[in-house]
Design a protein around this ligand. Sequence first.
Ligand code: NCD
Length: 315
Amino acid sequence: MKKAGTSSKKLSLIDIVSISDFSRSGIEEVLKKAALMEKMSPGKKRRLLAGKIVATLFFEPSTRTRLSFESAAQNLGASVISSPVDEASSSKKGESVSDTVRMVQNYADIIVIRHYIEGAARRAAEVSTKPVINAGDGSNQHPTQTMLDLYTIKKEIGKIDGLKIGMMGDLKYGRTVHSLAKALSLFENVTIFCIAPESLQMPQGLIEEIKPRVKVFQTSSIEEFLGQLDVLYVTRIQKERFPDPLEYERLKDVYIVSKKTIEKNKKVKIMHPLPRVNEISTDVDDMTQAIYFKQAANGVPVREAILEMLSKARK
Ligand code: NCD
């Protein structure tokens, strides 16, 4: 598949399914547009998607992703329709993703979908006549989270090239780190430290894929590389993806980042896609290194940028 943004022409997005569909310049165009969105007056913004309808179809729980998409859509003047997580929608009756999308494309101009099945967003994009945005498909991908993660890094540190980034926690099932690691491999001279117990390490296939372009180290210890990191991206242990609940119980509190942990590296920025359970103690929240709430706030301008770009898509 042709990567979005490989040509010198302006990026033309059709769907956003996987970060692998993007080149570096494609990502940078989204980040640039997000910065514009942050500065644009509310009045001007409200005209960008006036008269359009955005549908949010969430087949898994969500707070930040769903609400920031809905807030972004409304800031741009669009109306939002959405299906309840499970109970009242037809997926509960056994309807396939493709059938649901075939209906919703008649009701909306852009479809945002989160699903527990890996590949569901790709399938939705294939059948839909309207642009589809993947808001997370199982353990696979979460490309718009990656855009806001990169936006946050760029805003807080000023660059992405050359950074040393630790990813910690559930690297096996965490879709945010899968997308982020792939995206970071498009930048220059980045080093990724995968910090996880062996059974929750980054999938080997993903490491093989990015290794030609990025340095990767794997460890189970927080301390080993902490002193060198520019960013520590902490993730939740993904309880809902564990086939064995006892295994979850054994691993759930394997890492807890506290004030004391971070005092060992004054410059490290602490990120987290949220929700947090126990993996970052609340005494970190007020430290200048903690940028996870700012990261969540950046979801709005980044999703405004994405919706605006997709509103021009021709399928
Ligand atoms: C993440 C997700 O849903 O993958 N949350 C989010 O979108 N901000 C991470 C998680 O649920 O742990």
